[in-house]
Design a binder for this molecule. Structure first.
Ligand code: AMP
Length: 112
């Protein structure tokens, strides 16, 4: 399995602006933001690794829910009232990093 830039962020081999972390999930600022608040949510555990929504199996079907719940909890904690959650699914969907991730975008700029 090819190690991606997000594997290296989880392993703290390369830096990222981490804004939220639990034993299961990590969220950090997108390096090329498309909104005033643009974060990326990923699962941390090896057992939860899946490259893309297009590769989900029964074993990893819970992962999108894990990321969505983490994003919802993060937004509540930070008082962000509105946001957009997106998965880029496969090359045709604009996916570039082959490590399943949830984009969190909000027009609300918050101090993180
Ligand atoms: P996607 O098109 O869904 O694969 O999006 C990958 C996202 O990861 C893009 O929005 C990139 O700007 C973002 N990204 C790539 N490398 C990094 C990095 N080192 N730190 C933070 N975000 C990154």
């Amino acid at each position: 399995m090819e190690r991606t830039i997000f594997h290296k962020i989880v392993d703290r081999q390369i830096p990222a602006s981490v804004v939220y972390e639990t034993p299961d999930v990590l969220a950090f600022k997108d390096i090329n933001p498309k909104a005033p608040t643009h974060l990326v949510f990923i699962a941390k555990k090896e057992k939860d690794f899946v490259a893309s929504i297009t590769d989900l199996t029964e074993d990893t079907a819970h992962v999108p829910g894990l990321l969505i719940c983490a994003a919802q909890k993060f937004a509540k904690e930070k008082g962000i009232g509105g946001y957009k959650l997106t998965f880029h699914c496969g090359k045709g969907g604009g996916q570039e990093v082959w490590y399943l991730h949830l984009h969190f975008l909000s027009q609300e700029a918050v101090q993180l």
